[in-house]
Design a protein around this ligand. Sequence first.
Ligand code: PLP
Length: 460
Amino acid sequence: MAVKTETASQILEAYVKKTPASAERHTRALKIFPNGTTHVARFLNPHPIYVDRALGSRKWDIDGNEYVDYVGGHGSLLLGHAHPAVVEAVCRQAPLGTHYGAQHELELEWAEMIQEMIPCAEKVRFVGSGTEATQMALRLARAYSGKSKFIRFGAHFHGWHDHVAFTAAPPEVNKPEGIAEAVVDGVIVLPPNDIENVRQVLADRDDVAAVILEPTGAGFGHVPTSGEFLRQLRDVTAEHGVILIFDEVVTGFRVSRGGAQAHYQVMPDLTSLAKVVAGGYPGAAVVGRADIIDLLAFVETEAGIAPPRIPHQGTFNGYPVGAAAGITTLKLLKTGDYIARANESAESIRNGIDDILRKHGAPWCAYGEFSGIHIFTNPLRQSVSREDIYAGKVPWNVLAKATPPGLGHKVRQAMIVGGADVTGWPGGVVSGVHSGQDVDITLSAFEQAVEMLTEDGEFD
Ligand SMILES: Cc1ncc(COP(=O)(O)O)c(C=O)c1O
């Protein structure tokens, strides 16, 4: 069913006028997909854009509109779209076979690079997606410790498997239907960044196998965290023999070549990797301490070979095309300055956004670290600066839920009208191939968006 549009605005009018072919495709899609979309983040009311090609920092929709892209393959495209070296590696591999149903040389090379770059990666297991990686990390932690529960933090995102797909923002419980109560009971969701709370829970109970978190904070720093919190968390988990899992699905190879763990110099026991690790192709891994990952290994006993304590399948684990893309990407990251360039462009955009907001007297602000951009749409309507956010002056659940979906759609559409595709939180991720010209286009689009949002009364 189509979602009805409640408010007419010049943003919506301009958006609809610019994207008629996408609207037509959406009519078809509504008969096939829920809401006509294939991912919750791609839902855009009254219709999303349909893209037919992308290169570098740009993408083009089927109406012929060009956009500077900040969705970045949901964060997987640190080298931008269709990087020539990655395309070449994939084209070289595809005719040689996409799946051998056997071990192959490329997976060795890929895993060795991961071992070399990610500090905790004593051993590696390839899986299919980030969701599978966090699921496996948690299963490994439970099996290793013999304990049943784990701690995660409000708003931290770890994919969509049952253990992590609920209670985005405690104390409000947000449990999608279809998740068993027994699963919910196995998970302790704590407020982020509150080390005393973690200390208390670990002092009070002896059934906690693991703590999992996004090491730069929920949603790649949408609710930021600090290196100090990570260090304290490492100390308290080590003290209680609890396994610390960094979910580096976004931050791995993006925050630094060795991920957030290398940047903050905090060593987790296990790490989930996806997105950049496979160079924009499907592919992921769980890596970490050898004694934990080895629970996936067959065991020699006196009675013969015993099955692994955790048998693990997965049709596309370590498949050759993903390996080829991943190896090429990691090599380029090792030798190139993509990470630094992405960070610099993101900082220019964050600063430019703040200048525009100040100039127009709009009470929002931009924040984010590394190559992430977040815009705080300030439901509090009191003065809030980037510094206030990093000083912890804005409650984490206000940050996490600041932007209602309708406003997110409006900002996104206003930016599309100006030639930039941002994410709906609103914000985006920047690649190492975004240029100064991209930054300029984006900031002009943002200024025009602010003018239209002002007319719509969004800053009143
Ligand atoms: C931090 C984090 N963990 C896990 C996932 C799930 O990864 P995937 O979409 O590959 O299943 C994501 C996806 O965005 C993520 O951002």
